[in-house]
Design a binder for this molecule. Sequence first.
Ligand code: ZN
Length: 121
Amino acid sequence: MNNIKLKYFSDAEDFKGNMHKMDPKLLGMLDPLRKTYGFPIIINSSYRSPDHPIEAAKDKPGEHAHGAAVDVKCVGGEATYLLVAAAIKCGFKRIGISRKSNFVHLGIGYPGAPKTTIWTY
Ligand SMILES: [Zn+2]
């Protein structure tokens, strides 16, 4: 449970009512990310229950099941470059990029996960 209030993000719209299941550390990084990036940020996916089909298909539930990641909608090379640059500046060290599906995964990690990594989908 957390009582964090964000300037640019809402529980209902951005977290589908699951903001209390998000890691407070990650939540605290989102407003600075929005400011550094300088453009609106649309969150496609945040907390996912271990029963969610995407998580259930994995060997172990991933970063979203720990409330430790968001997928941000991102279309185009320049926007993706600027978002990733802003994310690195704001301290995100786990970044997944999908140009095909137009999103960037931003994570803060969980026990057992590599602390610093970047990947593509
Ligand atoms: Zn993700």
